[in-house]
Design a protein around this ligand. Structure first.
Ligand code: CIR
Length: 254
């Protein structure tokens, strides 16, 4: 069974962290409605959704992906690069405790889950403004015993590795070549996003379905032409907070 941990949009989202985007007004009712539709889309593809209690004073707490990296053997509780986000970890740890042994990234390492792309036993970690080389070293020490190999990936121009690249089928990545280099992923095929849609590389693959945002029709066509079935779900209001589809859940097998 697949489980998704989610959390409702905080009323303080208007004070969210921003790195590459200018602040624009976020409409809370729209963001909340879209997020409920996102949770419904997860349920529609067979995922059991476990929403955490809302956090009124933690602006970015809807983006639960950044707080943990869940693999079959354990869950790594991260130490987010933005100090304002570190208090989000406690409730995520509590929610994961029934499912996995927890291990922790320790200071001064910083890591956002959005920088971590797990493909089988290969773990790619974005060298972003949020995740530092110490985190890479710690993950190597923590996860090598389970057979994982860890690799640092240069990222430029975007917040997280998964803003630039995600997996859309068994052996295929969707990526933005301006932000990440395809040759850093040897042995994998890749599809490039349409350059008119720079934020289009973040897709959420669940089984044979790829949840995808309607804001990127040109890239969606590229996916469909490659035989990848997409199901639309709109999180555009949270895009103003620099969030995308993968950020809004932590999905794992139970
Ligand atoms: C932040 O800057 O931390 C939030 N405003 C956005 C986090 C998005 N998370 C993700 O891409 N994994």
């Amino acid at each position: 069974m697949l489980i998704a941990i989610t959390r409702a949009v905080s009323p303080s989202i208007t004070r969210c962290e921003l790195t590459y985007l200018e602040r624009v007004p976020i409409d809370l009712p729209t963001a909340r409605r879209q997020h409920r539709e996102y949770e419904a889309a997860l349920r529609s593809v067979g995922v059991q959704v476990h929403p955490l209690a809302p956090e009124a004073d933690l602006p970015d707490s809807v983006f639960v992906e950044d707080l943990a990296v869940v693999v079959d053997e354990c869950a790594v509780i991260t130490r987010p690069g933005a100090p304002s986000r570190r208090p989000e970890g406690e409730s995520v740890s509590t929610a994961l405790t029934p499912y996995r042994k927890l291990i922790h990234v320790e200071a001064p390492a910083t890591l956002d889950g959005g920088d971590v792309l797990v493909i089988g036993k290969d773990i790619y970690i974005g060298r972003s403004t949020r995740s530092n080389p110490l985190a890479l070293e710690q993950l190597q020490t923590l996860l090598a015993p389970y057979g994982y190999s860890i690799r640092g990936i240069p990222v430029q121009g975007c917040l997280h590795l998964k803003s630039a690249v995600t997996q859309v089928s068994e052996g295929t990545l969707l990526l933005n070549p301006a932000w990440v280099d395809a040759t850093d992923f040897p042995g994998l095929e890749f599809l490039a996003i349409d350059p008119a849609e720079p934020y289009a590389a973040n897709a959420l693959r669940i089984g044979t379905t790829v949840l995808y945002q309607p804001a990127f029709p040109r890239t969606r066509q590229i996916l469909e032409q490659a035989g990848i079935r997409t199901q639309l779900v709109d999180e555009s209001e949270l895009g103003k907070a620099e969030g995308a589809l993968t950020c809004c859940s932590l999905i794992f097998t139970a």
